[in-house]
Design a protein around this ligand. Structure first.
Ligand code: PLP
Length: 442
């Protein structure tokens, strides 16, 4: 007998490649049928069969406040009554750009002087790279193995997220001359960084880096590594693009850069990219940076970028409401929830005798099934990945929804209260036992 979820997945596969509109949603590496969701509220999601789960996916990051926060929903509803899209400037997008610029600061250091709103993180990083090339007159881009920056052509080489989950080296359909413009080096490897600049320095436009890697599991930068990137790039006349699509406004009011600045690591990237939380669950992303660099964008400068739906009024309303509600108390709550769940995860895996390491970047964390926390993509791949599927399914059967890949971060929200945290804590020991009992797939 099939249930409604199975029927929907069959129907989806007949009309949508793989039945999903983004590969990470498929249960490729964990097996089974993706759950079709019908609604989400607070820390909970509900599938089409009516089953509820404590959600640790948070729409892959945006739901910092929890799902369907009443004030965010009200702001979107109110905006909708005034029209869905104008293709003209609006007051709200000025307010949102100002708010972004205002938040990304540490003392007198305000690296985001101008902001351009776009619709997806992919667009933000793609535009940031074009901008860096236009500003420097150079072509080459340095990226790190295991880092994910969206799905534009030049960024898929040895990428994280779904590319890592599917164990792909890159993507078909990317012309070799475009792929050749991206130089991929190992993360947290100062020598590789020095070597790539020694060999190609005068031709490198930019280094793009996740503020903290979180798409090969969470792999924070080694102390001083982000600063080294900034110093090395600047010494060679190249720019540093810091990708805060996932971390921005999630791990700290000023993003991972702000967290590091507060901890004394002072470096100033040239271009920031934001997404996810900044749109509060609606399609919105942004890039921002120094005025002289950002003003290279059309219509002021020669670097073209555009979008029919850029700065969409509903997305802007959701982003504004979300950022205004994302107070220090919200971050403190998410931090505390994250600490509690990662602690319970550690305890459950230890009690079950599962070799593991937990890595954190602010409130983001993930566990890898290896003895030490990964520093590089090669490390992240060298783990007992086969333990994740039974772990994941055990939690799901107990009403806890994890990302369907060991290479993704766990996302807590400000809506995870005592009841939800206790449900997670109660479910972890059995899931850890399932991980312990797992054997490599033949
Ligand atoms: N950059 C990072 C660090 C991401 O995590 C993601 C998405 O997960 C992207 C860029 C791409 O964003 P989007 O999926 O909105 O295109």
């Amino acid at each position: 007998m099939t249930d409604r979820n199975d029927d929907l997945f069959s129907a989806a596969r007949a009309v949508i490649p793989g039945g999903v509109n983004s590969p990470v949603r498929a249960y490729g590496s964990v097996g089974g049928t993706p759950r079709f969701l019908a609604s989400a509220r607070g820390a909970m999601v509900t599938d089409v069969a009516g089953d509820e789960y404590v959600d640790l996916v948070a729409s892959w990051g945006p739901a910092l406040l929890g799902h369907a926060h009443p004030e965010v929903i009200a702001a979107v509803q109110e905006a909708a009554t005034r029209g869905l899209s104008f293709g003209a400037p609006t007051e709200g997008e000025v307010e949102l750009a100002e708010l972004i610029a205002e938040r990304v600061r540490f003392g007198d250091v305000r690296p985001v002087e101008r902001v351009r709103l776009v619709s997806t993180g992919t667009e933000a990083t793609m535009t940031a790279i074009r901008l860096a090339r236009g500003a420097t007159g150079r072509d080459l881009l340095v990226k790190f193995a295991g880092h994910y920056h969206g799905h534009s052509d030049g960024l898929l080489a040895e990428a994280g997220s779904g590319v890592a989950t599917l164990a792909l080296p890159g993507s078909a359909g990317v012309p070799a001359p475009i792929a050749a413009q991206t130089l991929v080096i190992g993360y947290n490897d100062p020598e590789a960084l020095a070597a790539v600049f020694a060999e190609h320095g005068p031709r490198i436009a930019a280094v793009i880096v996740e503020a903290s890697a979180a798409n090969m599991g969470v792999v924070p930068p080694a102390p001083g590594f982000n600063r080294l990137i900034a110093d090395t790039a600047h010494a060679h006349g190249a720019l540093m693009i810091i990708d805060e699509v996932l971390t921005g406004f999630r791990v700290h009011p000023a993003g991972f850069w702000g967290l590091q600045a507060e901890a004394g690591e002072d470096y100033v990237p040239d271009i920031f990219t934001f997404g996810k939380v900044v749109g509060g669950g609606m399609p919105l992303a942004a890039l921002g940076g120094r005025a002289d660099v950002m003003d290279m964008l059309a219509p002021v400068g020669p670097v073209y970028q555009a979008g029919t739906l850029s700065g969409n009024p509903l997305s802007v309303a959701a982003g504004l409401a979300t950022l205004r509600l994302a107070t220090p108390e919200v971050y403190a709550k998410v931090d505390a929830a994250s600490l509690r769940v990662s602690g319970a995860l550690d305890a459950a895996l230890t009690a079950a005798g599962v070799t593991h390491a937990i890595a954190t970047a602010g409130s983001l964390f993930s566990a890898s099934f290896r003895a030490t926390a990964p520093q590089t993509y090669a490390d992240a791949q060298a783990q007992d990945t086969f333990r994740y599927a039974p772990f994941f399914h055990s939690l799901r059967e107990q009403g806890v929804a994890l990302p369907p890949s060991v290479f993704e971060a766990w996302f807590l929200t400000a809506a995870h209260g005592e009841e939800e945290l206790q449900r997670i804590e109660a479910a972890l020991p059995a899931a850890a036992k399932a991980a312990a009992a797992a054997t490599p797939r033949a």
